[in-house]
Design a protein around this ligand. Structure first.
Ligand code: C5P
Length: 405
C-alpha cells in the first residue's frame, strides 16, 4: 500500500506485449493503494490480456477505440480523460507504441489520450533485447525524456524470446513506487491561476419567513470548483444556499441573496478566471416586509425589482487577460439567448444548458451543455456526469490551467 497514491487518478495504458500480464498486477496494486484507475488498451494488447480482467480490477470500463462501434456522440472522451488524470503510465510500452507517442500518431484511445493529457506521463518500455537496443527505440526514448516524460529503464533478465538481456518490464511494485514518487514531485503547488466560481441559487426574502428561490442545486458550480482545485488552481467558491459539502482545498464564501453574491464576487473579482455558474435570482422583493405578511381575503400582489446583474458588471469592468464564463439556462430560442448573453455581457464563453433536454438539468447526475466562445467557437458536448462536464468546461476555457511538469 502506498499512501501517496490514495485518491489519485491514474491512467494505465497497456500496449501489446507479453509483459501486459504484469500490468494486471499493477492495476490491482494501484487500486489497493486507493487510486482510481482508468485502463486504456491498444487493440494488440487484447491478444495478451483481457479487458474483462482489467475492467473488473479497475472497476471502470476499459477503453480501446476512439470511435467504438455503438457510440452515440461521445468522441471527446480522450480530452476529458486527459484532463481527468493526475498521471498516465504506459506499461508495457512496445516499440510500436513508443514510436507513435513520439510522432503523435493517434490511432487508439491510448495514443489519443497521450496527446491530450496535461498530466505527467511515465513510460515503461518492454520488448525483446534487440528491439530495445535498436537505434530507433533509443532515439524515441531519448526524445520522450527530452519532452519531460519519465522513462523507466527496462531491467536485464530472461526475456520471452528465450534470450537474456535488457527489455523486461519492471516489477509492478517498482512501477507503482516510481508512480508515487512522480505524483509527489508533481503535486499541485496551488500556485496556479486564481479561479472564482459561483454556484447554487440565491434566496430573496419576502418577509422573515418566506423567500423566492429556484431549483439550482449548485452541483455544476461545485464540480467546477473541485476540478479547478485538483488542477492546481487557487479556487474561491461563492455559494448560495445548498446542502453540498465544500470541495477539498477550496475557499468557500457562503451568501444568501443576489446582493450578497454581488458583494462577495466583487470582493474576489481579482481572479484570472471567473465562472458564474450560480442561478442568481433576477428579481428581489421591492421591499422586504419586516413582519410576516398576513393572509387576507383576495389575491396578493408582490412587487419585485431587478437584482444587480453581476456578470454584466464584471464584463463591463473586465481586464483583457481575465477569462469570464457565464452560464445560460434557456428553455426556448436557446442558441439565440446564449449568443445574446455572450456579447451583451462581454464574456469569453457562455455555457448553455437546456433543462428540458434529456440528460440535462438540475440536481446531481448528468448535464448536457454547449459552449459558445467569443471567437465564434461552438462546442456541443454529449451527456456526461457533471464532474466530466466541469473538466471539459475548464479544458476549453483555460487551456493553460493544467500544464505538465
Ligand atoms: O441573463 P441570465 O440570468 O440568463 O444570465 C445568466 C448568467 O448571468 C449566469 O452566468 C449567471 O450566473 C449570471 N447572472 C448574474 N447576475 C444576475 C443574473 C445572472 O451574474 N443577476
Amino acid at each position: 500500500m502506498n499512501q501517496k497514491l490514495s485518491g489519485k487518478r491514474i491512467i494505465v495504458g497497456i500496449s501489446g506485449g507479453i509483459a501486459a500480464y504484469k500490468s494486471v498486477e499493477l492495476v490491482r496494486l494501484l487500486r489497493k493503494s486507493g487510486a482510481e484507475v482508468q485502463v486504456l488498451m491498444t487493440p494488440d494488447a487484447h491478444r495478451f490480456v483481457t479487458p474483462l480482467t482489467l475492467g473488473t480490477l479497475s472497476e471502470r470500463e476499459v477503453l480501446t477505440e476512439i470511435f467504438p462501434p455503438n457510440q452515440t456522440g461521445s468522441w471527446t472522451k480522450h480530452v476529458h480523460l486527459g484532463l481527468w488524470a493526475d498521471l498516465m503510465i504506459v506499461a508495457p510500452a512496445t516499440a510500436n507504441t513508443l514510436s507513435k507517442l513520439v510522432t503523435g500518431v493517434c490511432d487508439s484511445m491510448l495514443t489519443a489520450v497521450a496527446l491530450s493529457a496535461r498530466c505527467p506521463m511515465m513510460v515503461c518500455p518492454a520488448m525483446d533485447h534487440d528491439m530495445y537496443e535498436h537505434a530507433s527505440t533509443r532515439d524515441n526514448l531519448s526524445t520522450l525524456r527530452e519532452r519531460g516524460v519519465a522513462v523507466m529503464d527496462a531491467p536485464e533478465g530472461l526475456l520471452a524470446s528465450g534470450l537474456t538481456g535488457k527489455g523486461r518490464l519492471p516489477e509492478p511494485e517498482d512501477i507503482a513506487e516510481r508512480a508515487a514518487g512522480l505524483l509527489a514531485d508533481h503535486s499541485p503547488t496551488q500556485a496556479g491561476p486564481r479561479v472564482l466560481v459561483t454556484a447554487g441559487p440565491t434566496r430573496e426574502s419576502l418577509d422573515p419567513v418566506r423567500y423566492i428561490t429556484n431549483r439550482s442545486s449548485g452541483t455544476m458550480g461545485f464540480e467546477i470548483a473541485r476540478a479547478a482545485q485538483r488542477m492546481g488552481c487557487r479556487v474561491t467558491l461563492v455559494a448560495g444556499p445548498t446542502a453540498l459539502e465544500t470541495p477539498e482545498g477550496v475557499t468557500r464564501v457562503d451568501v444568501e441573496t443576489a446582493r450578497e453574491m454581488h458583494a462577495a464576487v466583487l470582493a474576489h473579482r481579482d481572479a484570472d478566471v471567473i465562472v458564474m455558474a450560480a442561478a442568481v435570482a433576477d428579481y428581489e422583493a421591492a421591499s422586504v416586509s419586516r413582519d410576516k405578511i398576513k393572509k387576507a381575503d383576495g389575491d396578493l400582489v408582490l412587487q419585485l425589482s431587478r437584482t444587480p446583474d453581476i456578470l454584466r458588471e464584471l464584463g463591463a469592468r473586465r481586464t483583457d487577460d481575465q477569462v469570464l464564463v457565464g452560464f445560460a439556462l434557456e428553455t426556448r430560442d436557446a442558441e439565440k439567448g446564449a449568443l445574446k448573453k455572450l456579447h451583451g455581457k462581454n464574456v469569453d464563453w457562455i455555457v448553455l444548458n437546456n433543462p428540458t433536454e434529456e440528460g440535462a438539468g438540475f440536481g446531481p447526475g448528468t448535464n448536457k451543455v454547449t459552449l459558445y466562445g467569443r471567437d465564434g467557437r461552438v462546442e456541443p458536448l454529449p451527456v456526461m456526469s457533471k464532474a466530466d462536464v466541469a473538466l471539459a468546461i475548464l479544458g476549453f476555457v483555460e487551456p493553460g490551467v493544467k500544464r505538465p511538469g
